[in-house]
Design a protein around this ligand. Structure first.
Ligand SMILES: Cc1cc2nc3c(=O)[nH]c(=O)nc-3n(C[C@H](O)[C@H](O)[C@H](O)COP(=O)(O)OP(=O)(O)OC[C@H]3O[C@@H](n4cnc5c(N)ncnc54)[C@H](O)[C@@H]3O)c2cc1C
Length: 315
């Protein structure tokens, strides 16, 4: 995950190599890995099937892969072979019925916890938090899984992304798979956000990691703490502990400046206790513009440059 998630930890990916599933599974897995800040270099994809698909290396969602020759129709056989290969604390399964069943049955063998249909994942003090749809897809719920290993199958509704390409060992046995510690990097505890008098928050409107770094510099000149909305954290433009909202910090500064965030309910809940909210957004109809005490309809960089000069001068 990014250093806020489990970026530093190794993980496994399990994909069925059947020609009808393989390509889409790899692309969805690549999307999930990217969106959740996992490092493709830390993952090992276990491809399970009768034959290694053509161009398998080009389609791999992680940098390394291993091919396990087995019949996906014979669950018992697959379970026996896969169980000793799964040495990591986090094991992600492709979104198809074979992999879903495998995740659930393997979790019993490995003494861990499984969850299907995952939309997102966060590491948290040795546990993981999983987002998935609930109530027939009408709501998104967050579940805290405490007992590893964590065997998570992905939602079929996730976006695809281009795979990273890697190298595949033709056949593997349990002995060939390197044993590694079952560890998940916990979310770093403690953030300056909840104590700060002035907080500057960036949203997707920052557009890039560079944008987030520029915002952090400007905030620092003002003597303010910096935070981000969920897309900023999901894109790894800021660290996990900088997340503001229901899933992160609930702040209550004297002044909260919100740059390029639309003001979704999940985000607003995290800032509504601020004494004064100043919203900066290029869209005058963005919900945050109605909820804020003051708003400026303009590009965040221009406004922040002017504010940095003013507030830095006053100090
Ligand atoms: C269970 C669950 C929990 C969640 N928890 C959280 C949470 O804790 N925190 C959180 O933030 N979200 C959370 N979300 C996600 C939330 O619903 C929104 O998707 C998210 O807050 C949107 O982030 P945003 O405002 O940065 O992006 P967007 O909604 O895409 O808004 C980007 C804004 O930037 C503006 N903009 C673009 N360019 C510029 C520019 N140059 N200058 C100024 N403005 C510009 C746009 O007009 C737009 O209004 C959660 C969702 C779920 C389902």
């Amino acid at each position: 995950m990014t250093d806020h998630r489990t970026e530093k930890s190794a993980y496994h990916v399990v994909i069925c190599a059947a020609p009808t599933l393989f390509r889409r599974s790899c692309r969805i897995m690549a999307g999930f890995i990217k969106e959740n800040g996992l490092d493709p270099a830390k993952g090992t994809t276990l491809l399970i099937g009768k034959e290694l698909p053509e161009n398998a290396e080009e389609l791999l969602p992680t940098k390394s892969g291993a091919f396990l020759k087995a019949d996906c129709g014979r669950a018992e056989e697959v379970l026996k072979s896969v169980a000793p290969l799964c040495r990591e604390q986090l094991i992600l399964f492709a979104p198809d019925s074979f992999c879903e069943e495998l995740a659930v049955r393997l979790s019993v063998r490995l003494g861990g916890t499984s969850m299907t249909d995952a939309l997102g994942i966060f590491a948290e003090d040795g546990a993981v938090r999983i987002e998935r749809r609930i109530y027939g897809g009408h709501l998104t719920g967050t579940f805290l899984l405490k007992k590893g290993p964590f065997l998570i199958s992905l939602s079929r509704s996730l976006d695809e992304a281009d795979p990273v390409s890697g190298e595949i060992e033709e056949t593997v046995t349990a002995e060939q798979v390197k044993e590694s510690d079952r560890k998940i990097t916990p979310v770093p505890a403690g953030s300056d956000l909840e104590e700060a008098k002035t907080v500057v928050i960036g949203g997707r409107g920052l557009r890039s990691r560079d944008g987030a770094e520029r915002l952090a510099e400007m905030a620092s000149k003002m003597g303010a703490a910096v935070g981000g909305s969920r897309p900023v954290i999901m894109n790894a433009w800021m660290k996990r502990e900088k997340l503001v909202g229901v899933s992160g910090a609930m702040i209550h500064p004297e002044l909260c400046i919100v740059c390029g965030a639309s003001g979704s309910p999940a985000f607003y809940e995290g800032i509504r206790r601020s004494k004064t909210i100043l919203a900066v957004n290029t869209d005058e109809r963005a919900p945050i513009m109605k909820k804020a005490d003051a708003c400026v309809c303009a590009d965040w960089q221009e406004v922040m440059k002017a504010l940095t000069g003013l507030i830095a001068k006053e100090r």
